[in-house]
Design a protein around this ligand. Structure first.
Ligand code: SF4
Ligand code: SF4
Length: 111
């Protein structure tokens, strides 16, 4: 008991070690590889991101000029961002909002 007393006292006067999520959200680290964003106006629909994606979560339809992405499959590896020749892909330093359904994100050249 005597050995534990200092630790007990420390625990009593220190704050909680955890955060009261979602009221307290920890700011993401600057280098966080989070939500994938495509500046579709710059995309030329070459399909390189879809070919290299290890999770196969990107689909590119050149004829429809459509870029589609399945955020629930993405593992945020950043490979697509690195190889995109138009530099139109980026990862924001934050994760996406929670989703109740597995939905594809589809971006058209005209959108
Ligand atoms: S690699 Fe870049 S330019 Fe090519 S389809 Fe993907 S997002 Fe568009
Ligand atoms: S970050 Fe990785 S898993 Fe996600 S879309 Fe890009 S290549 Fe695919």
């Amino acid at each position: 008991m005597f050995k534990m007393t200092p630790q007990i006292l420390r625990n009593l006067i220190s704050g909680p070690a955890t955060r009261a999520y979602p009221r307290q959200i920890r700011p993401p680290f600057p280098a966080t590889r989070g939500r994938l964003v495509n500046d579709i106006a710059q995309c030329n629909f070459c399909g390189a991101c879809a070919v290299k994606c290890p999770s196969v979560c990107i689909e590119v339809d050149r004829h429809l000029s459509r870029w589609s992405f399945a955020p629930h499959i993405c593992v945020c590896c950043g490979v697509c961002v690195e190889i995109c020749p138009r530099h139109c892909l980026r990862q924001e330093p934050a994760t996406g909002p929670p989703a109740a359904q597995k939905e594809m994100v589809a971006l058209d050249a005209k959108s």
